[in-house]
Design a protein around this ligand. Sequence first.
Ligand code: ZN
Length: 92
Amino acid sequence: MLTIRCPHCGERTHTEFTFIGDGERERPADDASEAVWYDYVYLRDNRRGPLAEIWQHTLGCRGFALVERDLVTHAVSGTRPLPPARLPGASS
Ligand SMILES: [Zn+2]
């Protein structure tokens, strides 16, 4: 079972969290071209190794965290609060 350290609540099982998405992708500007939005919404790199992901502690504090997880081993190497500018729904 995957264990994630919520920056606010401490160690919890991943079943308390909801995966939100890739934390390394930058949302395009609202007026970006259709091709840029297509890439952002539909295309993924499918890479191996460490990746920063956004998770929400939905069965806890409901806060968002940036979780560093290895995509091959699923090992979590660290978490930190998601910066307010990166919160879902935050304007760019
Ligand atoms: Zn929490």
